[in-house]
Design a protein around this ligand. Sequence first.
Ligand code: ZN
Length: 142
Amino acid sequence: MATVRARYPQLVQLDDPPSIVGHRCLRCRRTAFPPDPYGCEQCGADAEQLEPIPLSASGTIGAVVTVHRHHNPRPETPFTVATIVLDDGPVLKGRLDGDISEARVGARVVGVLVPWETDEEGTEVVDLAFRLVEGPADRGGR
Ligand SMILES: [Zn+2]
């Protein structure tokens, strides 16, 4: 069996479907991503007051742009990046994968794991990307 790990294991859980690691403030209930080591941005509670929670990797595109030039060799250009308003609240930026011809503000997306590289030990490294879906995404029974 091949070994697989996430490119950013502190931020992505390799569930099926994959989920995003966020946190919730025990004092004011604010949900945030990425987890903040300094405490709650809203109420000022200490970091000990933040509990990690899995966030559904589904949401709606808030903005979308295709990148034609950038300073890193990977991902290869052109690629498309979107601001995604997660169904669980936080907003993040993610790369779109698959057919992006219908990528527009308001379109529904879900997280998918895409190959990134194979490391020195032969471990397959996967990264979270987002694919367009039609209609409301399945929220995994939450
Ligand atoms: Zn708080």
